[in-house]
Ligand binder design. Structure first.
Ligand SMILES: NC(=O)C1=CN([C@@H]2O[C@H](COP(=O)(O)OP(=O)(O)OC[C@H]3O[C@@H](n4cnc5c(N)ncnc54)[C@H](OP(=O)(O)O)[C@@H]3O)[C@@H](O)[C@H]2O)[C@@H](O)CC1
Ligand SMILES: [K+]
Length: 495
């Protein structure tokens, strides 16, 4: 599978399997890793007056000794500062023995203006918060503003969770090996990494596949094969009909944003179900979107029986009362057939008031349920999961609990499926932090669901495409702009 993100234990399993099957041994992989880092240093920082390589006691430090020796041979003015010697018999000890740059204690390190730091203190083996000389080195480098190239991960960043344990370096470039790790994409790790370069060190695709990774970087390769293309003989309803529930007269915009986005995402028809008091407001702003009065659960159910939409959106612009949650539950319970749905915004808060509604059976009754909480909504829905440090793990637990695809929004949106798959999104842009952009996302996902995409793929595609549209628009973006950017993004995907 493409775009796998390897957890540290999956990476270690790849490493062991690769060494066992040959032809390279552990020290040769280390030499290849160090060579990849040295090449980046020479390419990106040719004018650095000197390079200080900071080496920890494990194999991350081993990579550092390889880098130092290669830079020395290239004529670079290089120094090594070590936090203790490598363990006897380790690959790192071999690398230290082959390095002709005499190590000084890490405590003696001070950054030099015009220089570069190579951070090879801790990588995948980070085991506890960083302290002592390593922490002081991080603080002095930060203050001096000297650029840093990190080996595998900036020391202090957890590869599994993206958390910073104690302190870290702010890297300009992070060179990792074989595949990215979740910590390269989850915040705050992602920011600390700077640019991430993945180096091939000769661990084969078959070995990566055998690791059985279930977490991926979100991107078209993950869902393109399930992406809807209208058939030549499509008609508007066969392309998928989306229903969107509108809020009251004073809160109709959110549902209209969602409806327009569903249509732009390719749904053949979109109907707004509106309370009668909001019909005039909605009618004044709609052209291709259909409008239907639905004041009661019975009227909504009659619409579902009669017009048979393929998916619906429930949440944008609704109020957050417990009644909103109960209505959704009764609707899902009494639908003529299970339907894919996106539940968002206030509806999520309303469900938090009655957690029982969101327990397993709720998801089980929807064909493909996608919920899209941001941090605050997630915390209200799953208060007991808040203490889990990994956003990836929190999303996975939530998806398992509600038997739904969870889109856990933020600058590092995580999409988790109830079958254990997860994706981390990395093409977001700060311009997306604008009112109504979540309503647009719900509509896009529903548009894909209505065209037959499964929940996880529809959610991943929706998140990536939504961010891509916002990125292309750039400064000044408001939610209304996103649907209009979708055709260009879709055209590039379908070409
Ligand atoms: N996998 C691969 O394919 C390849 C991997 N390669 C490289 O190996 C790296 C992983 O090496 P690794 O397993 O030796 O772990 P590493 O990050 O050096 O740290 C372990 C040491 O640090 C110590 N320590 C930890 N935290 C600490 C703290 N806060 N404060 C103080 N000490 C702390 C810890 O001490 P201990 O917990 O044992 O007391 C132990 O001594 C990986 O990131 C990559 O760069 C490449 O060579 C190519 C192929
Ligand atoms: K490091």
């Amino acid at each position: 599978m493409p775009f796998e993100l390897l957890l540290p234990d999956e990476m270690a399993a790849c490493d062991r399997r690769a060494i066992a099957t040959g032809p390279f041994d552990g020290y040769q992989f280390m030499q290849r890793a160090g060579a990849a880092v040295a090449a980046i240093v020479l390419e990106r920082f040719p004018a650095a007056s000197r390079v200080d390589v900071l080496c920890g006691p494990g194999n991350n430090g081993g990579d550092g000794y390889v880098v130092a020796e290669l830079l020395r041979r290239s004529g670079v003015d290089v120094a090594v500062y070590a936090e203790g010697p490598p363990r006897d018999g380790s690959d790192a000890a071999l690398a230290a023995a082959d390095c002709k740059v005499w190590p000084q204690p890490l405590a003696a390190f001070a950054p030099s203006a015009g220089g570069l730091v190579v951070d090879a203190v801790y990588g995948a083996g980070l085991a506890r918060p960083v302290g002592g000389a390593a922490r002081r080195a991080m603080e002095s480098v930060r203050t001096a503003g000297v650029p840093v190239v990190a080996v595998d991960l900036p020391s202090g960043v957890s590869g599994a969770t993206g958390e910073i344990l104690g302190e870290t370096f702010q890297a300009a470039v992070t060179v990792t090996f074989v595949r990215k790790k979740p910590g390269h994409l989850l915040q705050p790790g992602r920011t600390a990494c700077g640019e991430v370069v993945v180096a091939d060190i000769g661990i084969g695709e078959d070995i990566v596949a055998a690791a059985g990774a279930t977490c991926f970087e979100n991107g078209p390769e993950l869902w393109k094969s399930r992406f809807p293309r209208p058939a030549v003989d499509s008609h508007k309803y066969s392309r998928g009909h989306v229903a969107v529930f509108s809020g009251a007269a004073s809160a109709t915009g959110a549902a209209r944003l969602s409806a327009l986005a569903a249509a732009r995402a390719g749904a053949g028809a979109v109907t707004l179900l509106s309370p009668s008091e909001a019909l005039a407001a909605n009618a004044a702003h709609l052209t291709s979107i259909m409008l239907r009065k639905a004041d009661t659960r019975e009227e909504a159910l009659a619409f579902f029986a009669d017009r048979r939409p393929a998916a619906f959106v429930y949440g944008p612009g609704l109020d957050a009362s417990a009644e909103t949650g109960r209505l959704l539950f009764e609707l899902i319970d009494r639908l003529p057939r299970p339907l894919p749905a996106v539940v968002d915004a206030s509806a999520l808060t309303s469900l938090a008031a009655e957690p029982g509604l969101l327990a397993g059976p709720f998801g089980g009754r929807a064909a493909d349920l996608v919920i899209t909480p941001h941090e605050g909504e997630f915390g209200r829905l799953f208060p007991d999961l808040r203490k889990i440090p990994s956003k990836l793990e929190r999303a996975r637990r939530a998806a398992d609990r509600v038997e739904a695809t969870v889109v856990y929004k933020g600058p590092d949106t995580v999409i988790a499926a109830p079958d254990g798959r997860a994706a981390i999104n990395a093409n977001g842009t700060p311009w997306l932090a604008t009112a109504g952009s979540g309503d647009v996302l719900s509509g896009i996902v529903a548009g894909f669901l209505a065209q037959g995409m499964p929940g996880f793929e529809a959610a991943c595609a929706g998140v990536w495409i939504h961010a891509e549209a916002a990125r292309r628009f750039g400064p000044g973006l408001i939610a209304e702009d996103i649907p209009g950017e979708l055709p260009a993004v879709l055209r590039d995907l379908l070409d």
